[in-house]
Ligand binder design. Structure first.
Ligand SMILES: Cc1cc2nc3c(=O)[nH]c(=O)nc-3n(C[C@H](O)[C@H](O)[C@H](O)COP(=O)(O)OP(=O)(O)OC[C@H]3O[C@@H](n4cnc5c(N)ncnc54)[C@H](O)[C@@H]3O)c2cc1C
Length: 246
């Protein structure tokens, strides 16, 4: 006997879109009443009858960048020159897409006594923006550290918002780091270089039994996972999401 599993699916209209970093846009969609997700989860989005398509098809996976209490379902993406993203960028507001989900286990641990260490590379910030905005809104008591690596401030989605959030969320520390400041036109007084063992140990000295969450392009996620293993972090304390396709 076979069992059919029905995935949660709904149709949703595009409400707005906006640039949030160079070459990076957010898209806000209608959220159906009663649709629930946990910060850190993702959806599969399918374009319906798009004007063009290519061999990669009409569906992409996106982490949900909005928090559950926010009005819309927001995703953010690097606008590369692919058929899917050309359609997404140009389609009229109120165009309908199909959404399946939520999926995924990159969620905050229940135990608020443990520190949550969030490691993001570039667009990998999306699930963590959801978690941090939710944590501030729900006044969660988890100690949270966001290590956020980008080439330049110009490339870093939500950077200003994540900096401002430190003032609203007393248990949260942002450690943003830039790897190619020589190509930037903006001032930067924060950390430089990739997320390293040295940076982690400097900020996590007093972190209580941390659990680690990693998100970003596959190469970066693998690199950080290896680094955590080398410093003795148990695999059971690491949750990682590779943004396949980058
Ligand atoms: C769990 C999960 C969560 C994700 N969350 C997000 C998210 O929040 N935001 C997000 O943007 N993405 C996210 N992704 C990745 C996303 O699903 C897409 O794969 C990604 O955005 C790339 O889509 P694309 O249309 O640009 O490329 P695709 O058309 O899907 O092409 C992918 C392939 O073509 C290559 N390619 C395409 N264009 C270029 C280019 N300009 N330069 C070099 N190589 C190229 C890629 O290397 C890759 O091999 C997530 C993936 C997963 C699995």
């Amino acid at each position: 006997m076979s069992t059919t599993v029905t995935l949660p699916t709904f149709l949703s209209k595009l409400n707005s879109r906006q640039e949030v970093a160079e070459g990076t846009m957010v898209f806000r969609f209608e959220k159906p009443a009663g649709w629930a997700f946990k910060p850190g989860q993702f959806v599969d989005m399918t374009l319906l009858d798009p004007l063009e398509t290519d061999s990669e098809g009409n569906t992409r996976t996106f982490s949900i960048a909005s928090a559950p209490h926010e009005e819309t379902l927001m995703v953010a993406t690097r606008m590369r020159d692919t058929a899917f993203k050309r359609v997404l960028r140009a389609m009229p507001l109120a165009t309908t897409v199909k959404i399946e989900g939520p999926f995924g286990t990159l969620i905050l641990q229940n135990n608020a006594a443990r520190a949550a260490v969030l490691l993001a590379g570039g667009i990998g910030i999306t699930p963590f923006r959801s978690m941090l905005v939710h944590a501030a809104n729900a006044t969660l008591s988890h100690r949270m550290f966001l290590f956020y690596s980008n080439r330049r401030p110009e490339d870093a989605p939500f950077l200003d918002e994540l900096q401002a959030l430190e003032g609203k969320h007393q248990h949260y520390t942002l450690i943003a780091t830039m790897t190619e400041m020589e190509k930037s036109h903006r001032p930067w007084h924060g950390e430089m270089g990739q997320i390293s063992k040295e940076i982690l140990s400097r900020y996590l000295k007093d972190a209580l039994s941390p659990s680690y969450h990693i998100a970003g392009p596959p190469g970066m996620v693998k690199g950080l996972h290896t680094m955590l293993t080398e410093i003795g972090v148990d695999d059971a304390d690491i949750r990682a999401e590779e943004f396949a396709g980058y």
